[in-house]
Design a protein around this ligand. Structure first.
Ligand SMILES: Cc1cc2nc3c(=O)[nH]c(=O)nc-3n(C[C@H](O)[C@H](O)[C@H](O)COP(=O)(O)O)c2cc1C
Ligand code: SF4
Length: 801
């Protein structure tokens, strides 16, 4: 009987009875049924929510980050556990956890599988460091093996669990056994033996130099041929992550680089820059295998590890290095064949500094909302710290103006502005010139001597005279504003000027942190620049000196003493240059390592013409500053800074300057020929190259000044010179000991004295007088450190005269 037959007899009444019964039931219990269904659904939802394990944001994790690897491993275990019976309680618990977490979020397992497996952008990439080396006499061979092992721990390599580390164990490759085509025509594809994603390569080289035929010659020739081979891309190794070279040499046989010290490492460094599209990740290191070789290698290793860690975290080599996405340096590698590196002038594009830039950049009057913001900004950044008032401070008041003594104005709301608002023409002009603006009125810039010193091409005259390492010197100012408009100023006529401080005052901590960060950022951008020496680069990451002389007037800043305290607290020396227009602030200034006053002319008319001061009583202010300096001469190292501008302040002025020296009795007198900066300001002031004195003219002037001083019975002598920056130093006989000049500074002693006796403490310049001025720096010897290589504007070596 079919189902249809079976139902045929009852078909008329059964369905209608059943339907009626169901309808009745529904009417009677519908509320209970609906509520029960909702309750069950709700409980189910809560259960699922509680048992769900959160999914980590794998797709956004760092491409080499170990955290990103943890999940795929967990998923692999999950798979295994499904097929393996649990053997212990612990396993059972683990298994339950895994099952629970795996249940409702299946998509998690799928995502992780893709990441481990292959082919898409979420893959976990590994970094393989390859260390190439050559070794004729076997010492490098051993060093490299130890070096490779030493790299493992800081890179987190764990041979037991390779899958947990973004780095594979570094491998060493002897160039005598390597197939150059395999590594140096295009990077090889390396298999990830620990399982997982593809492998990216990072090349390191440890290369001794040999002036005889060796494997190095054929290797370097191979690189040269590859670069010149028209069938091959000129940068065929650009897909590697980066490279760095360390050279071993022997200074006993090859004392200087010109004589061949580490010449093959240098050549290799340059060919690799070309072949990789300038992916020099860390500067070329060099060491003398008999003396400092091991120390230099360790230093290089430290910097290298930092770079590799950065690479692992960000996927790039950092700002300023090609391949990092921020190729912002203009150096060309030159041609290793002709040895014509450029002069190393580096052009930096300023990235906006969100941390310290705060203004909308209107440049106009601030509205009430802005005032609130300004009050906030100008507040000191911590409880108990001094607060900086955002109100105008009048520096023209007579009598002593101490910090914090402020004069409120009638309508502060309209007048309190930022000195250099972000986006203003001044801001744009300064950043274009390479300044980094910090807060709203401070700036930092890496000076050309810092770059030059990093490349071993000479330091500024302050190295020769006072022992300042230019590559450890930060040039900055806490006030971009000034009360003069000097004809030779480098400010390109863009800086704010004024006789009073009428801007927002940034707290010293903000400035200190900002300028330091800005300086280090710019140093780091030099990492990939050709010729930068690894040991100097490492030293440069520790600022030891601060030149408060960039542009503007540092003592214009109301919290200059606190700012100096922060420098000294970090054992950073301070050379402060002021313009002799703010006697009250000069009088209130605490200890600096060396205190300068610019003496730009010897008489009122000449000073008015050259400095174009805003103060009407400029000459009186100038005179008062000299008196203060005279009083300070046994407490501070005081310096007169003379900038000679032919046609303005040189001719027949030696006698007038001698009168000023007699009045101020400075410890030192620095005489410098003006540097022509070719700006519209200088041109507008009638300045041309004809106003720049020749070195011989500076020498003649100094001799005339020395004679004029002697005539007055003043005991000064010509102590040192730095011919290539047209600068000569006269010093008081106080700094001649046993017939030898001692113009250098004992910086450590200076900090000790400060700690012992405080920022207003009583101690004399003689107490921190340093060692004897080096012979090469003394008058008549030129002043160029023989350890450096002098180069012309094109970077070509200049023979010592
Ligand atoms: C034959 C020979 C030639 C060398 N030529 C140079 C050279 O031109 N410049 C240099 O700085 N060092 C030179 N050196 C020094 C080596 O670079 C240095 O001793 C190095 O540590 C040797 O490494 P190795 O023991 O692995 O071969 C030379 C050494 C030898 C044995
Ligand atoms: S003292 Fe001046 S010129 Fe010398 S390195 Fe420092 S900032 Fe540069």
């Amino acid at each position: 009987m079919s189902f249809n037959d079976w139902g045929a007899g009852r078909s008329a009444e059964l369905p209608s009875k059943a339907t009626n019964y169901a309808v009745e039931l529904w009417h009677e219990y519908r509320i209970a049924i609906i509520l029960s269904a909702l309750l069950v659904l709700g409980l189910l939802r809560v259960y699922l929510h509680l048992t769900e394990k959160r999914q980590e944001p794998l797709v956004f994790s760092k491409i080499y980050a170990p955290e990103a690897k943890a999940r795929p491993v967990e998923v692999a275990e999950t798979k295994d556990e499904k097929s393996t019976p649990a053997t212990s309680d612990e396993d059972t618990v683990e298994k339950k956890k895994t099952q629970l977490s795996n249940g409702p979020r299946r998509i998690k397992g799928e995502l992780a599988k893709k990441t481990r497996g292959g082919g898409n952008s979420d893959e976990l990439r590994k970094i393989q460091v390859l260390i190439f080396y050559s070794s004729l006499m076997a010492s490098t061979d051993k060093i490299v093996r130890d070096f490779a092992k030493a790299l493992q721990s800081p890179l987190g390599v764990n041979p037991e669990e390779p899958q947990d580390c973004p780095f594979l164990a570094p491998q060493t490759i002897d160039l005598a056994e390597a197939d150059y085509d395999e590594y140096f025509i295009s990077p090889p594809k390396i298999e990830n033996t620990s399982g997982g994603g593809p492998v990216d390569l990072f090349y390191l080289f440890v290369l001794p130099s040999y002036n005889i035929d060796s494997i190095n010659d054929s290797f370097l020739e191979h690189l040269r041929d590859t670069h010149h081979d028209f069938r091959i891309d000129t940068s065929p190794l650009s897909s590697i992550l980066g490279y760095s070279v360390f050279g071993f040499g022997d200074r006993e046989g090859w004392p200087t680089e010109e004589e061949g010290f580490c010449f093959q490492a240098k050549e290799l460094d340059r060919w690799m820059a070309k072949l990789t599209g300038r992916k020099r990740a860390y500067p070329l290191g060099m060491g003398d295998w008999k003396r400092d070789g091991h120390a230099r290698l360790s230093e290089w290793q430290l910097g290298l590890v930092d770079t590799l860690q950065l690479l692992e975290q960000t996927g790039g080599l950092g700002e300023g290095v090609a391949g990092s996405g921020d190729a912002v340096e203009s150096d060309d590698e030159g041609d290793a064949d002709d040895d014509d590196d450029d002069d190393g002038e580096v052009v930096f594009e300023e990235a906006p500094t969100s941390k310290v830039s705060k203004s909308k950049g209107s440049g106009g009057l601030e509205d009430l909302e802005d005032l609130g913001r300004i009050m906030e900004l100008s507040r000191a950044d911590g409880p108990g710290q001094q607060k900086a008032a955002p109100i105008a401070i009048d520096f023209t008041t007579d009598g002593k103006l101490t910090e914090g003594k402020v004069k409120s104005r009638k309508s502060p709301i309209a007048l309190v502005k930022e000195m250099v608002p972000k986006g203003s023409p001044t801001y744009n002009s300064l950043t274009k010139q390479g300044y980094q603006i910090v807060g709203s009125h401070s700036g930092v810039k890496i000076c050309r001597w810092t770059k030059s010193s990093l490349r071993g091409r000479g330091s500024c005259y302050k190295y020769s005279f006072y022992g300042i390492n230019s590559h450890q010197c930060m040039e900055t100012t806490p006030s971009l504003s000034c009360s003069n408009k000097c004809v030779f100023c480098w400010r390109h006529g863009t800086n704010p000027v004024g006789t009073t401080w009428r801007w927002v005052v940034d707290p010293p901590k903000l400035i200190f942190d900002g300028v330091r960060e800005g300086h280090y950022k710019k140093i780091k951008m030099m990492r990939g620049v050709p010729g930068v020496r690894a040991e100097r680069f490492a030293e440069a990451m520790r600022i030891r000196h601060c030149a408060l002389s960039l542009v503007g007037e540092p003592i214009f800043y109301p919290h200059i003493n606190e700012f100096l305290g922060m420098l000294h607290g970090e054992r950073i020396s301070s050379f402060l240059v002021c313009n002799a227009q703010h006697p009250d602030e000069l009088a209130a200034l605490q200890h600096v390592t060396q205190l300068y006053v610019s003496i730009d002319a010897s008489n009122r008319e000449s000073l008015r013409r050259i400095d174009r001061p805003l103060h009407r009583d400029f000459w009186e202010r100038f005179q008062r500053c000299l008196e203060i300096l005279r009083e300070r001469r046994f407490r501070q190292r005081t310096v007169f800074r003379l900038t000679l501008v032919k046609g303005f302040n040189v001719e027949d002025e030696a006698e007038g300057y001698a009168d000023l020296v007699e009045k101020g009795l400075p410890c030192f007198i620095e005489v410098k020929g003006v540097t022509y900066c070719g700006t519209s300001t200088s041109a507008g002031a009638g300045l041309t190259m004809a106003n720049v004195p020749f070195y011989q003219e500076v020498c003649d002037f100094v001799l005339a000044l020395e004679a004029a001083l002697k005539k007055r019975g003043l005991v000064y002598g010509i102590a040192a010179e730095h011919a290539h920056s047209c600068c000569i130093l006269l010093a008081s006989e106080r700094f001649r000991v046993g017939g030898k000049w001692h113009t250098l500074i004992d910086y450590e002693r200076f900090f000790e004295l400060l700690e012992e006796r405080g920022p207003d403490g009583d101690f004399t310049p003689e107490e921190y007088m340093g060692a004897e001025t080096p012979e090469w720096a003394t008058w008549g010897n030129g002043g160029f450190d023989p350890r450096d290589q002098r180069v012309d504007r094109k970077g070509r070596p200049i023979e010592a005269a």
